[in-house]
Ligand binder design. Structure first.
Ligand code: SAM
Length: 218
Protein backbone atom coordinates (compact mmCIF):
# COMPACT_ATOMS: atom_id res chain seq x y z
CA UNK A 1 0.00 0.00 0.00
CA UNK A 2 1.44 3.33 -1.05
CA UNK A 3 -0.13 6.37 0.64
CA UNK A 4 -0.19 9.69 -1.19
CA UNK A 5 2.35 12.05 0.42
CA UNK A 6 0.72 14.41 2.92
CA UNK A 7 2.94 17.45 3.58
CA UNK A 8 1.42 18.02 7.06
CA UNK A 9 2.31 14.44 8.07
CA UNK A 10 5.89 14.76 6.87
CA UNK A 11 6.24 18.10 8.69
CA UNK A 12 4.80 16.62 11.90
CA UNK A 13 7.27 13.71 11.78
CA UNK A 14 10.17 16.14 11.33
CA UNK A 15 8.98 18.19 14.32
CA UNK A 16 8.88 15.19 16.68
CA UNK A 17 12.22 13.36 16.77
CA UNK A 18 11.44 12.33 20.36
CA UNK A 19 8.55 10.20 19.08
CA UNK A 20 9.70 9.13 15.61
CA UNK A 21 13.08 7.64 14.80
CA UNK A 22 13.67 8.31 11.12
CA UNK A 23 15.72 5.84 9.13
CA UNK A 24 18.07 5.00 12.01
CA UNK A 25 21.51 3.69 11.12
CA UNK A 26 21.25 -0.07 11.73
CA UNK A 27 24.91 -0.15 12.76
CA UNK A 28 24.21 2.16 15.73
CA UNK A 29 22.52 1.04 18.94
CA UNK A 30 19.17 2.70 19.61
CA UNK A 31 18.75 3.88 23.19
CA UNK A 32 15.17 2.71 23.71
CA UNK A 33 15.68 3.21 27.45
CA UNK A 34 15.77 6.97 26.85
CA UNK A 35 12.73 6.94 24.53
CA UNK A 36 10.18 5.34 26.88
CA UNK A 37 8.96 6.86 30.13
CA UNK A 38 9.18 3.40 31.75
CA UNK A 39 11.61 1.16 29.90
CA UNK A 40 11.05 -1.70 32.37
CA UNK A 41 7.65 -2.40 30.78
CA UNK A 42 7.34 -5.33 28.35
CA UNK A 43 7.88 -4.45 24.69
CA UNK A 44 5.69 -5.32 21.68
CA UNK A 45 6.35 -4.40 18.02
CA UNK A 46 4.03 -4.03 15.05
CA UNK A 47 5.69 -4.35 11.63
CA UNK A 48 4.02 -2.35 8.85
CA UNK A 49 1.52 -0.39 10.94
CA UNK A 50 0.01 1.65 8.09
CA UNK A 51 -2.15 4.40 9.57
CA UNK A 52 -1.83 2.81 13.00
CA UNK A 53 -5.40 2.07 14.11
CA UNK A 54 -4.30 -1.26 15.63
CA UNK A 55 -1.18 -0.14 17.50
CA UNK A 56 -2.60 3.14 18.83
CA UNK A 57 -5.73 1.37 20.13
CA UNK A 58 -3.61 -1.33 21.77
CA UNK A 59 -1.23 1.22 23.30
CA UNK A 60 -4.20 3.16 24.75
CA UNK A 61 -5.66 -0.04 26.22
CA UNK A 62 -2.32 -1.10 27.74
CA UNK A 63 -0.35 1.73 29.32
CA UNK A 64 1.55 -0.97 31.27
CA UNK A 65 3.27 -2.18 28.08
CA UNK A 66 5.57 -0.42 25.59
CA UNK A 67 4.97 -0.49 21.83
CA UNK A 68 6.95 0.31 18.68
CA UNK A 69 5.30 0.79 15.29
CA UNK A 70 7.72 0.09 12.42
CA UNK A 71 6.59 1.70 9.18
CA UNK A 72 8.37 2.40 5.90
CA UNK A 73 6.30 5.39 4.79
CA UNK A 74 6.72 8.85 6.31
CA UNK A 75 3.12 9.84 5.65
CA UNK A 76 1.85 6.74 7.48
CA UNK A 77 4.28 7.47 10.35
CA UNK A 78 2.85 11.01 10.53
CA UNK A 79 -0.71 9.70 10.75
CA UNK A 80 0.28 7.33 13.58
CA UNK A 81 2.11 10.20 15.28
CA UNK A 82 -0.95 12.47 15.13
CA UNK A 83 -2.99 9.86 17.02
CA UNK A 84 -0.15 9.27 19.49
CA UNK A 85 -0.03 12.99 20.31
CA UNK A 86 -3.83 13.36 20.51
CA UNK A 87 -4.14 10.38 22.87
CA UNK A 88 -0.93 11.13 24.85
CA UNK A 89 0.45 7.65 24.21
CA UNK A 90 3.78 7.88 26.05
CA UNK A 91 4.18 4.12 25.71
CA UNK A 92 4.28 4.23 21.88
CA UNK A 93 7.30 4.97 19.71
CA UNK A 94 7.40 5.06 15.91
CA UNK A 95 10.33 3.79 13.87
CA UNK A 96 10.22 5.05 10.29
CA UNK A 97 12.39 2.45 8.60
CA UNK A 98 12.64 -1.02 7.10
CA UNK A 99 11.76 -4.05 9.21
CA UNK A 100 14.48 -5.96 7.33
CA UNK A 101 16.79 -4.46 10.01
CA UNK A 102 14.57 -5.35 12.98
CA UNK A 103 17.31 -7.46 14.58
CA UNK A 104 19.68 -4.50 14.49
CA UNK A 105 17.12 -2.02 15.81
CA UNK A 106 16.27 -4.16 18.86
CA UNK A 107 18.38 -6.16 21.29
CA UNK A 108 18.16 -9.95 21.35
CA UNK A 109 15.40 -11.31 23.64
CA UNK A 110 13.88 -7.87 24.08
CA UNK A 111 10.37 -8.28 22.68
CA UNK A 112 7.31 -10.23 23.83
CA UNK A 113 5.07 -10.01 20.74
CA UNK A 114 5.60 -9.12 17.08
CA UNK A 115 2.40 -8.22 15.22
CA UNK A 116 2.19 -8.64 11.43
CA UNK A 117 -1.11 -7.20 10.25
CA UNK A 118 -2.19 -7.40 6.61
CA UNK A 119 1.38 -7.43 5.36
CA UNK A 120 1.92 -6.75 1.66
CA UNK A 121 1.35 -10.14 -0.06
CA UNK A 122 4.05 -9.87 -2.78
CA UNK A 123 2.32 -12.63 -4.83
CA UNK A 124 5.03 -13.02 -7.49
CA UNK A 125 7.46 -15.86 -6.72
CA UNK A 126 10.41 -13.65 -7.59
CA UNK A 127 9.35 -11.32 -4.74
CA UNK A 128 9.16 -14.06 -2.10
CA UNK A 129 12.08 -12.60 -0.13
CA UNK A 130 10.10 -9.40 0.47
CA UNK A 131 7.25 -11.21 2.26
CA UNK A 132 7.41 -10.45 5.97
CA UNK A 133 7.04 -14.17 6.76
CA UNK A 134 9.95 -15.25 4.53
CA UNK A 135 12.47 -17.39 6.45
CA UNK A 136 15.07 -14.59 6.65
CA UNK A 137 12.49 -12.39 8.44
CA UNK A 138 11.46 -15.27 10.75
CA UNK A 139 15.08 -15.72 11.76
CA UNK A 140 15.34 -12.02 12.69
CA UNK A 141 12.07 -12.14 14.67
CA UNK A 142 13.43 -15.16 16.55
CA UNK A 143 16.51 -13.17 17.59
CA UNK A 144 14.48 -10.25 18.88
CA UNK A 145 11.73 -12.20 20.66
CA UNK A 146 12.07 -13.50 24.23
CA UNK A 147 12.05 -17.32 24.56
CA UNK A 148 8.36 -17.17 25.51
CA UNK A 149 7.52 -14.54 22.89
CA UNK A 150 5.34 -15.07 19.86
CA UNK A 151 4.14 -13.67 16.52
CA UNK A 152 0.52 -12.64 15.89
CA UNK A 153 -0.31 -12.56 12.19
CA UNK A 154 -3.55 -11.54 10.42
CA UNK A 155 -4.39 -11.23 6.73
CA UNK A 156 -7.30 -11.43 4.30
CA UNK A 157 -4.97 -12.86 1.65
CA UNK A 158 -5.32 -16.67 1.40
CA UNK A 159 -2.14 -16.97 -0.68
CA UNK A 160 -0.02 -15.10 1.86
CA UNK A 161 -1.63 -17.04 4.72
CA UNK A 162 -0.92 -20.43 3.11
CA UNK A 163 2.64 -19.33 2.34
CA UNK A 164 3.17 -18.09 5.91
CA UNK A 165 1.89 -21.31 7.51
CA UNK A 166 4.27 -23.29 5.30
CA UNK A 167 7.20 -20.94 5.92
CA UNK A 168 6.69 -20.98 9.71
CA UNK A 169 6.18 -24.75 9.76
CA UNK A 170 9.35 -25.30 7.74
CA UNK A 171 11.16 -23.04 10.22
CA UNK A 172 10.04 -25.36 13.05
CA UNK A 173 7.65 -22.88 14.63
CA UNK A 174 4.72 -23.95 16.82
CA UNK A 175 1.19 -22.80 16.16
CA UNK A 176 -0.65 -21.71 19.28
CA UNK A 177 -3.78 -20.55 17.42
CA UNK A 178 -4.93 -20.80 13.80
CA UNK A 179 -8.15 -19.49 12.26
CA UNK A 180 -9.39 -19.23 8.69
CA UNK A 181 -12.33 -17.04 9.79
CA UNK A 182 -11.24 -15.05 12.83
CA UNK A 183 -14.32 -12.85 13.06
CA UNK A 184 -16.63 -15.85 13.39
CA UNK A 185 -14.64 -17.85 15.95
CA UNK A 186 -16.17 -18.18 19.40
CA UNK A 187 -12.88 -17.60 21.24
CA UNK A 188 -11.51 -14.88 23.51
CA UNK A 189 -9.02 -13.88 20.81
CA UNK A 190 -11.94 -12.75 18.64
CA UNK A 191 -13.56 -10.79 21.48
CA UNK A 192 -10.42 -8.82 22.21
CA UNK A 193 -9.45 -8.48 18.53
CA UNK A 194 -8.53 -4.93 17.46
CA UNK A 195 -9.34 -4.38 13.81
CA UNK A 196 -6.78 -2.69 11.58
CA UNK A 197 -7.77 -0.31 8.74
CA UNK A 198 -7.30 -3.08 6.17
CA UNK A 199 -9.21 -5.54 8.32
CA UNK A 200 -12.21 -3.20 8.55
CA UNK A 201 -12.16 -2.71 4.80
CA UNK A 202 -11.90 -6.36 3.83
CA UNK A 203 -14.24 -7.69 6.53
CA UNK A 204 -16.87 -5.17 5.37
CA UNK A 205 -16.66 -6.79 1.92
CA UNK A 206 -17.37 -10.17 3.54
CA UNK A 207 -13.81 -11.52 3.17
CA UNK A 208 -12.77 -14.03 5.86
CA UNK A 209 -9.87 -12.91 8.04
CA UNK A 210 -7.09 -15.44 8.54
CA UNK A 211 -5.08 -15.36 11.76
CA UNK A 212 -2.42 -17.26 13.60
CA UNK A 213 -0.27 -17.07 16.71
CA UNK A 214 3.09 -18.82 16.38
CA UNK A 215 6.16 -19.19 18.56
CA UNK A 216 9.71 -20.49 18.35
CA UNK A 217 9.44 -22.53 21.57
CA UNK A 218 11.52 -25.72 21.48
N1 SAM B 1 -1.17 -2.97 9.07
C1 SAM B 1 -1.99 -1.98 8.37
C2 SAM B 1 -3.40 -2.47 8.26
O1 SAM B 1 -3.64 -3.66 8.50
O2 SAM B 1 -4.31 -1.65 7.98
C3 SAM B 1 -1.39 -1.62 7.00
C4 SAM B 1 -1.33 -2.73 6.00
S1 SAM B 1 -0.52 -2.24 4.47
C5 SAM B 1 -1.04 -3.47 3.36
C6 SAM B 1 1.18 -2.72 4.77
C7 SAM B 1 2.03 -1.66 5.43
O3 SAM B 1 3.30 -2.22 5.75
C8 SAM B 1 2.29 -0.44 4.56
O4 SAM B 1 1.98 0.73 5.30
C9 SAM B 1 3.78 -0.52 4.23
O5 SAM B 1 4.39 0.74 4.11
C10 SAM B 1 4.32 -1.28 5.44
N2 SAM B 1 5.53 -2.07 5.16
C11 SAM B 1 5.70 -2.94 4.16
N3 SAM B 1 6.92 -3.51 4.20
C12 SAM B 1 7.55 -2.96 5.28
C13 SAM B 1 8.84 -3.12 5.83
N4 SAM B 1 9.74 -3.96 5.30
N5 SAM B 1 9.15 -2.42 6.94
C14 SAM B 1 8.25 -1.56 7.48
N6 SAM B 1 7.00 -1.36 6.99
C15 SAM B 1 6.65 -2.05 5.90
Amino acid sequence: MRLRNKPWAIKLVNEHPESVLQNPDPAKKINWDKRFADFSQPLEIEVGSGKGRFITTLAAQHPERNFVAIELQTTAAGIILRTKLEKHLDNLQILRGDAADINRFFAPNSTNIIYLNFSDPWPKTRHEKRRLTYKAFLSKYQEVLTPNGHIEFKTDNSGLFAYSVKSMNNFGMHFDFVSVDLHHEKVEITQKNIETEYEQKFAAKGNPIYALYASFKA
